[in-house]
Design a protein around this ligand. Structure first.
Ligand SMILES: Nc1ncnc2c1ncn2[C@@H]1O[C@H](COP(=O)(O)OP(=O)(O)O)[C@@H](O)[C@H]1O
Ligand SMILES: [Mg+2]
Length: 290
């Protein structure tokens, strides 16, 4: 399901003395089945944008296309339930929204709310609890007896249980230890690949954006200022500097090497393997020439 933002502006508390404009003419498109990262400093509008992806917020001007639905500023949009079922959002610190007596009931809540029969919802919960890396015996426990990392996984399972076509992740690994972060990011990546889930990741992590995303959009003060493949984005060192954004560690390392060699490699490398291959290629070339 494609998502498209056209000239989207958004103001909180519009028409009141507290009015706060958060988005200014934002334009970009996310094709089905792609992995999109949205990056920017705190306050740049990332969380405001992502609430437009399932019409939790409606633009104050412009249009949001969600599959074949169009949400237009100033017009009432009916029957958004279908949209909410297709676009699942994992909010920042989603564990704050757990509320049921047991993990099982919590994961089943979403699908049952969308009319999935109880039996089917339970089957999904039992499958998902394993998929997010938890033992099945947590299902009968209270979510509040789990560790923070486990609660995060339960909350994620709850969103996956509605079987969305698009999954939107707002800093999904914030506050987790490095191992938990990698496990969760790898899990979302396999879901993306195996089930063709369109994935939209809001992150501070250039490393994650470089590793997983097909495309990156950079937000700055409520505007989309740069977009492209990770290679294109990390090539544009000057713009990143102006935006005070650090490229990933591997790209910074490449810059160091290029400085030492006083020449540029043929491409921006996104992984250690790529960088090693580029350098090996240079060595072979030098040997052939000497
Ligand atoms: N509920 C709100 N009411 C008023 N202003 C808000 C609200 N939520 C966010 N903002 C403001 O909107 C701007 C964008 O915020 P946000 O989308 O949360 O950015 P990010 O997720 O990139 O940190 C910021 O200036 C923020 O202070
Ligand atoms: Mg945010």
């Amino acid at each position: 399901m494609d998502i498209k933002l056209q000239q989207v502006s958004y103001a909180y508390a519009q028409g009141t003395p507290f009015e706060k404009r958060a988005l200014f003419d934002v334009n970009f498109a996310i094709p089905s089945h792609t992995y999109q990262a949205i990056i920017g400093h705190t306050g740049s509008g990332k969380s405001t944008i992502l609430q437009h992806f399932n019409a939790l917020l409606k633009p104050t001007s412009g249009e949001v296309h969600i599959g074949d639905r169009v949400v237009v500023a100033g017009k009432k949009a009916k029957d958004l339930k279908a949209v909410r079922q297709k676009v699942g959002i994992v909010f920042q610190f989603p564990e704050h929204q757990l509320f049921e007596e047991t993990v099982l009931k919590d994961i089943m809540f979403g699908p049952m709310n969308f009319g999935v029969p109880e039996k089917e919802a339970e089957i999904r919960a039992r499958e998902l609890v394993r998929l997010v890396g938890l033992p099945e015996n947590v299902l009968e426990k209270s979510p509040f007896d789990l560790s923070g990392g486990q609660m995060r996984r339960v909350a994620i399972a709850g969103v996956l249980a509605i079987e969305p076509e698009v999954i939107v992740l707002d800093e999904p690994t914030a506050g987790l230890d490095p191992r938990g972060q990698k496990e969760i990011m790898d899990m979302f990546y396999s879901l993306h690949q195996e089930r063709g889930l369109t994935t939209i990741l809001v992150t501070h992590s250039m490393e994650d954006a470089a590793r997983y995303a097909d495309n990156i959009v950079i937000m700055h003060e409520g505007k989309n200022v740069l977009s492209g493949t990770p290679r294109e984005i990390f090539k544009d060192v000057q713009t990143l500097k102006e935006l005070r954004l650090e490229p990933p560690r591997i790209v910074r390392f490449q810059h160091k090497i290029e400085k030492m060699m006083n020449s540029s490699l043929s491409k921006v490398c996104l992984t250690e393997e790529e960088l090693a291959n580029e350098i090996a290629g240079l060595l072979r070339k030098e040997r052939a020439e000497s």
